[in-house]
Write a new protein. Structure first.
Lengths: 609, 584
């Protein structure tokens, strides 16, 4: 049934009341679900019912972000935080609620003290959750809960009070920039799309998240799908479009299903579809599934894919604002960009503009991964330093190792060396040091990581993901990867670095789309900050980080060797020569495959790399 | 209407282009030859090869000149050190993944990649890495593919899909593994391919070529047991000269005949004569159909690729096709029947060769429907390009040869026969005869101007003997498809439709000399070649097929009535649905 504004307000109020009761929220994002959070939910529900517990709800919610500690259960309104919960913990949790106590063994400890509420954790301390504000707070599959957190109020406000130009003014003044990577001012983009006169226009959402290890967009869609739908409807109203498309990877089944449910529910309430809230404005949204090609995150390739064509970029101009989907003017924004819109409309541009730095406003969500203690999803105000993210939020590098570098922007980005750990996280500061904001991948490397190998890792990805349309990207990335491989294999030649640089710079300038233009970044930035590592590989045939196996010599220290022969028993290639008690053993480097089994086996620590 | 003009500067030279035109358009106007590989105007505007990059003042990075619209006051530089460095690197990368067996390549010295490599003075390929897995496909009677020579410019794919709407070729796989292939990795012979060869004439390298049968033909010429008879299609004489350095549009009919004699062919006949016979048959057939109002519109049937297209895509509409055989097959039939009998030659000793501007004809000759007494009527088809190569092998340079005349009796053609080579020509030829038959008047210039020229579909309403006829002329299979869809929907208003598979007609056929996009942009090649054909038409003794004495004689002494019993038996054929993408 379609709802009137009054009816929606009633739902909001009654739901707000309900949400004051005890709510057990269990993360039902992809990560926690794969750790059986769905079973935890079932168990909690079953036990609550068995024990006839009244006035509490058990519901799934979106990602809390602290994935390292998942599955996570939070009990609202208190905010009690339980980590690494197992299905069999359900009973204890319910009993604790009955008795108004905690399950201490499931609570986090920081500085030897139990942390009572989730927002008191160091992990959340320096974060500012705007795009993620409802993730972990509401049940994404209940439109009423979204309404209770002022959902669809922004759309209502826009329909009743604002013209398209008003909306553009607010977005422009908020300073919001595209969160997909390039940081183009969102207000300007909307203005271009509005300015084009055409009967048919489209609003599209880019949910083709492709950075290895990144899951910002997925988490928003899984945890707060309505915020994206609401923003797209606002965009539709603003630019004069009645049709939206969400292009999302088929590998995100939970996100897709929640989006489907959200669209269905929003239509039922009359928040999508014909004559929204009794206005003249109609807007529908269709989901288009992508096959997970990285290049389809590039806007023109995404448009081709929506049209059913090969996912390949088109030359620009014409830009999508002039000729997009089916050659009609199209406004395309990323998930996270949309997720910010409703709050900006409700709270105003000044509020948003007050967060962040001079040129980069608001917050940015990052998927923090690699050699870091607190792996997870973090949202920080623009302008925090990398150091704050790594040390305060991320809890530092595990295993007493030193922080070596961070990679932002995934395969399109660059590395930030330890010496620049105080770099501020904003568009300009990152670009200045040869990296980029990117869509939000943030990978931390410790001292054991070889930077040449890191560059090769990302190149492997771009070679794999190049669509093959333009020459520099199709062949050039392959050739860069081949040169890197030979350097890592110990077959690097004099002149390789220069050839790599020449090629990288050429590909950067001559590729058709962003994928190719940014593919050389991992090489160029590691060359900029870690050139000596490349030189060591080529000139000395050594990998300073000790990661590149071919350049590794595993050696038995004759002074420490007790001639026991244990090492020969574990060597899979019979690479260790010697006889028991007849002098120290020796490794034949020709035969050795650097598996390090002997290193682990030697009881006297006589073998090392 | 006043079109908005845009003024800008390229390399310091001011140029004016229409709004919407590109930097490349402006450059070509100025005679600045920005190198391109993937660009084909209005067909493949994809910005893929990255050879045409230029610097534009104020723009971020380099700009793709082939697709970048010119803007007022723009300042473009096409040859800065940075631009040249980028081009060289792109070329070097292309060559690093290219089969560089140039000396044994059919496109040696006529290869766009080779030319650019020479032009940019590449001295060394510094990347010796993996090569993309090559696919070699020799399954087709018409076309051979070798992806090791492919540079993925996409021109063949665009021509095949967007212009011909055949979509046999497509890009398969992604990234470095990408290659141009066939759906489900099948052989091209099993695909929707109609053999038109437009992919071949638009390929910048030797990745696509016609199936070469030169050696077989030379072998037959050298076989004393064989009587080797050759026929030449209307368009050969308008293009062959180009392969010998003569200007585009040079009519080389007489020199071509001399060359063929020197090459050792026993008889040289003119397909154009058979075209006159086709007109007699097709014209009569049309008048009969019109009278019975049966299978109207009637569609011409001389273009082999078109027949295959209809059989693969529109099997239900096959009754609309004229049943008249193509001029080539009519000539082949006459050679092995009437001519053989007259000259008392055992037809099994005849080796019949056709020089065609076409690769699809190579498939036509093996159609079982065309056999006479269990024997193929044509034994080999050589394209214009193959003929040129063959003549060169035999030390013959047509440019310096004197003229000779075709042999008789199958060598005398009318102007109507000549113009079969140009789009609109078959229709014009047919109408000349139809008009004469109905009115008895000789009108040589039913040369309806509207039927000549380059639009994809031309139509006219004409009055012949008081009857009003709606006629249409379509060139390129995409345009043919439009007319067929109208017929399928029951909406066609036409009585008679001429179709030619290739855009521009036979003079621009898939077997004709290959011109680079730069040449095609600078010179109006179709118009120049057409001019030569129309010149032949004007020079002809007769210009209407039914006036030809040789034609009359042929009917009087051998065939009887046009479309009569014997003529029907020998000169008409049938069509059948062809399945595509069938797995074994």
């Amino acid at each position: 049934m379609k709802k009137t504004s009054e009816e929606l307000e009633q739902i909001r109020n009654s739901m707000k009341e309900q949400m004051k009761n005890i709510r057990i929220m269990i993360c039902a994002g992809t990560g926690c679900t794969s750790s059986k959070s769905d079973v935890i939910i079932d168990n909690l529900k079953k036990i609550a019912a068995e024990r006839n517990l009244k006035g509490i709800t058990v519901s799934k919610t979106g990602c809390f972000g602290f994935c390292a500690k998942g599955p996570i259960v939070v009990i609202e309104p208190e905010g009690t935080f339980y980590e690494k919960v197992k299905p069999e913990d359900a009973e204890e949790i319910i009993i604790a609620i009955e008795n108004n106590t905690y399950v201490e063994r499931l609570m986090a400890k920081e500085e030897e003290k139990l942390v009572e509420k989730w927002n008191e954790l160091n992990f959340y301390n320096k974060q500012k959750r705007l795009a993620l504000k409802n993730c972990g707070y509401i049940n994404p599959e209940e439109i009423d809960e979204y309404l209770a957190v002022d959902g669809y109020k922004a759309l209502e406000k826009v329909l009743k009070e604002y013209s398209g130009d008003d909306v553009i003014k607010i977005i422009s003044e908020s300073g919001l920039r595209g969160r997909g990577g390039a940081g183009f001012p969102t207000g300007k983009k909307w203005m271009f799309a509005k300015a084009v006169e055409n009967e048919i226009k489209y609003v599209a959402c880019n949910a083709d998240e492709g950075d290895p290890g990144a899951f910002m967009d997925r988490s928003i869609l899984e945890g707060d799908p309505h915020s994206v739908l609401e923003a797209m409807a606002i965009a539709g109203y603003t630019i004069g479009s009645n049709q939206g498309y969400i292009y999302v990877r088929a590998e995100y089944p939970i996100a897709v299903n929640r989006l489907k449910k959200a669209i269905k529910d929003a239509k039922e309430y009359g928040l999508l579809g014909e004559n929204i809230l009794g206005s003249n404005f109609s807007f529908d949204i269709e989901i288009k599934l992508g096959a997970g090609a990285f290049v389809c995150g590039e806007e023109t390739a995404l448009i081709n894919s929506i049209e059913g064509k090969r996912g390949e970029p088109r030359p620009r101009p014409p830009f999508p604002a002039a000729k997009g989907i089916f050659n009609q003017p199209t406004l395309l924004n990323n998930v996270e960009t949309y997720a910010n819109i409703p709050s900006i409309i409700l709270k105003g541009s000044d509020w948003y503009n007050g967060i962040g730095t001079e040129t980069s406003k608001g917050t940015k969500v990052f998927a923090l991964g690699g050699n870091i203690n607190n792996v997870g999803l973090v949202e920080v105000p623009m302008g925090v330093t990398l150091k704050e993210i790594v040390e305060d939020i991320g809890g530092g590098v595990p295993g007493n190792k030193k922080f070596k570098a961070a990679q932002t922007g995934g395969p399109s980005g660059g590395c930030i060396p330890a010496s620049l750990i105080n770099t501020k996280i904003d568009y300009e500061s990152l670009a200045e040091i040869g990296s980029m904001m990117g869509s939000g991948g943030l990978i931390i490397m410790d001292e054991s990581k070889c930077m040449v190998n890191l560059a090769k890792f990302f190149l492997e990805f771009t070679v794999e993901e190049s669509c093959g349309k333009c020459t520099p990207c199709r062949i050039g990335t392959k050739r860069m990867h081949e040169i890197l491989s030979r350097i890592i294999e110990g077959e690097g030649k004099k002149g390789d670095i220069e050839l790599l640089e020449e090629l990288a710079n050429s590909i950067r300038k001559s590729s058709l789309c962003g994928l190719g233009q940014t593919a050389p970044n991992p090489i160029l930035s590691t060359l900029k900050y870690f050139r000596e590592e490349y030189e060591a590989h080529i000139n000395d045939k050594k990998c300073p980080a000790g990661e590149c196996k071919k350049l590794l010599d595993i050696i038995i220290d004759p002074d420490k060797c007790k001639e026991c022969g244990l090492c020969t028993k574990v060597c899979p290639t019979n690479a260790i020569d010697g006889e028991v008690r007849k002098g120290p053993f020796k490794i034949n480097q020709e035969k050795c495959i650097k598996c390090e089994a002997c290193v682990a086996k030697c009881p006297f620590n006589a073998i090392s790399k | 209407m006043n079109e908005k003009m845009i003024k800008f500067k390229i390399d310091g030279n001011e140029v004016e282009v229409k709004a919407g035109e590109t930097i490349l358009d402006g450059a070509r106007k100025l005679g600045i030859d920005i190198p391109t590989l993937c660009f084909l105007k209005e067909i493949n505007e994809v910005g893929a090869c990255r050879m045409c990059l230029v610097e534009v003042e104020g723009a971020r990075g380099l700009v793709t000149s082939c697709v970048y619209p010119a803007t007022e006051g723009m300042i473009v530089k096409t040859n800065t050190p940075e631009v040249n460095k980028s081009r060289k690197m792109t070329l070097e990368l292309l060559l690093s993944n290219h089969n560089k067996k140039c000396l044994t390549c059919v496109r040696n010295t006529n290869c766009e990649l080779q030319n650019l490599s020479k032009r940019f003075g590449l001295e060394d390929i510094r990347f010796a890495g993996e090569m993309t897995k090559a696919v070699i496909d020799e399954s087709s009677k018409c076309i051979e593919r070798d992806t090791s020579k492919c540079i993925l410019c996409g021109r063949c794919v665009s021509i095949c899909s967007n212009v011909q709407t055949v979509s046999a070729l497509t890009r398969v796989q992604r990234g470095f593994n990408t290659y141009v292939g066939i759906a489900e990795d099948m052989e091209i012979a099993k695909s929707t391919c109609v053999g038109c060869g437009q992919c071949v004439v638009n390929c910048p390298t030797g990745a696509l070529k016609e199936k070469d049968v030169i050696s077989e033909v030379i072998e037959m010429i050298n076989d004393p047991e064989k009587i080797v008879i050759v026929q030449t299609a209307p368009s050969i004489r308008a293009a062959l000269g180009e392969e010998f350095g003569m200007p585009i549009g040079t009519l080389v009919e007489g020199q071509m005949v001399t060359a063929l004699k020197r090459a050792g062919f026993n008889k040289i006949f003119d397909t154009d004569f058979a075209a006159d016979v086709t007109i007699m048959e097709e014209g009569t057939e049309f008048l009969q159909r019109l009278e019975k109002n049966e299978n109207i519109p009637m569609i011409t049937s001389c273009s082999s690729g078109w027949i295959t297209f209809a059989e693969k895509f529109f099997p239900d509409l096959l009754p609309h096709l004229s049943t008249s055989k193509s001029p080539m097959s009519i000539m082949g039939t006459l050679i092995k029947t009437d001519y053989a009998k007259r000259e008392k030659i055992d037809p099994s000793k005849i080796y019949s060769v056709a020089i065609m501007p076409c690769s699809a004809k190579k498939a036509e000759i093996v159609r079982p429907e065309l056999e006479i007494e269990g024997r193929r009527v044509i034994d080999a088809v050589l394209t214009t390009r193959e003929l040129a190569r063959m003549l060169k092998q035999l030390n013959i340079d047509i440019a310096v040869l004197p003229d000779s005349e075709f042999d008789n009796p199958l060598g005398e053609a009318t102007g109507a026969g000549h113009i079969f080579g140009v789009t609109g020509g078959v229709m014009e030829a047919a109408l000349r005869t139809i008009n004469k038959k109905l009115t008895g008047e000789t009108i040589n210039d039913i040369a309806f101007e509207t039927l000549r020229g380059k639009q994809g579909i031309k139509e006219a309403k004409i009055k012949v003997a008081g009857k009003e006829l709606n006629i249409a002329v379509a060139q390129g299979l995409g345009n043919c498809r439009k007319l067929l869809e109208e017929i399928a929907d029951g909406k066609s208003k036409y009585h008679f439709i001429e179709v030619m598979t290739c855009p521009g007609g036979c003079i621009m056929g898939g077997g004709q000399p290959i011109k680079s996009p730069y040449e095609l942009a600078r010179l109006n090649v179709p118009a120049l070649r057409a001019k030569a054909i129309y010149k032949a038409d004007e020079k002809a003794r007769f210009r209407i097929s039914c006036d030809s004495e040789s034609v009359k004689k042929l009917y009087d002494e051998f065939l009887g009535e046009p479309n009569g019993k014997k003529a029907h038996e020998l000169l008409h054929t049938s069509y059948n649905k062809q399945e595509v993408y069938m797995k074994e």
